[in-house]
Design a protein around this ligand. Structure first.
Ligand code: ATP
Ligand code: MG
Length: 275
């Protein structure tokens, strides 16, 4: 159950096209977003299921990053942003007055395009997120060591770095840095992990390793990943959402979207005819 849900939902909109077996992590209803006068998201209503990997795809500038950033309200950091509509994370409207943005961002972690470890040790990077949330204060030294080991094991980095935990994180390869950035979310026990083109700075070998890691996060976490790479979307996601000019054009199982897209625009995009 969510750490941010403190009272029952107040949404006015009925869920759409959801089987009873599907639990939802994220729902938006009639979501619009403006940067100043420019409308970047238009009437976005989407249901993102719990415990699966959902891809956000579409041409440059269609609003993928903007939509992703709505889910932890990080858009609010980017200047003159206004939104209307509802966003529910685990059945809680994230704009309700009793929602703590800090708590929301614990529950909804984010990984960026370029790995962004801090220029401190590998060990301290893993604990950094907890420090921001004061969650490590009550831990003993050995409990902290256990937290670090568990997170690094979960991202398959422990054996590589266990003998140099005091080394600066920036000495790691980009792929290892990106794994570390995922590892440092885990001690906060997030429900959802947002990834904005997490492999775009990596070489082919790094991409494969990070994709394998993302795959291993399925079930325990809900993952939403933005990607430009259609082969990656096909390989690494369970469902895909295709966006164009701030609107959702199609949302379906990835296998269905790639085999039998319902919209001509989706078909043209995934065939590489524009974008
Ligand atoms: N901070 C901002 N201020 C003003 N306009 C913005 C801002 N951020 C994004 N935009 C505009 O909003 C639209 C959607 O941008 P967004 O970055 O979400 O697209 P995207 O699909 O992630 O693109 P890309 O694939 O290039 O990363 C674009 O037209 C972009 O220029
Ligand atoms: Mg983007």
């Amino acid at each position: 159950m969510s750490t941010i849900a403190t009272e029952s939902s107040t949404t006015q909109y009925p869920p759409v096209e959801i089987s009873l077996a599907d639990e939802l992590s994220i729902q938006t209803r009639g979501l619009n977003l403006w940067y100043g006068d420019f409308q970047a998201l238009m009437d976005v209503s989407v249901n993102i299921k719990k415990g699966i990997i959902t891809g956000l795809i579409g041409p440059s500038g269609c609003g993928k990053t903007t939509l992703l950033r709505c889910f932890n309200r990080i858009n609010e950091r980017y200047g003159n942003v206004r939104t209307t509509g509802d966003i529910e994370i685990l059945d809680k409207n994230i704009y309700d007055s009793d929602v703590s943005v800090r708590q929301l961002r614990r529950s909804v972690g984010m990984v960026f395009q370029r790995p962004n470890p801090l220029p401190i040790s590998i060990f301290d990077n893993v604990l950094f997120g907890m420090g921001l949330h004061d969650a490590h204060k009550s831990l003993s030294r050995s409990e902290r060591a256990d937290v670090v080991e568990m997170a690094l094991r979960e991202v398959d980095l422990w054996n590589t770095v266990k003998d140099r935990l005091k080394a600066r994180a920036t000495t790691l390869t980009l792929e290892q840095q990106q794994k570390l950035c995922i590892a440092r979310l885990l001690p906060l026990k997030p429900d959802i992990i947002l990834m904005d083109e997490p492999c775009s700075a990596l070489d082919a070998e790094g991409i494969e390793k990070v994709e394998n890691l993302i795959e291993s996060l399925r079930d325990e976490y809900t993952v939403v990943i933005v990607t430009h790479n259609m082969a990656q979307a096909r390989r690494a996601t369970d469902e895909c959402i295709f966006m164009l000019l701030g609107e959702i054009i199609e949302h379906s199982k990835t296998s269905e979207m790639f085999l039998n897209p319902q919209h001509e625009k989706t078909e043209m995009y995934i065939q590489g005819r524009y974008g």
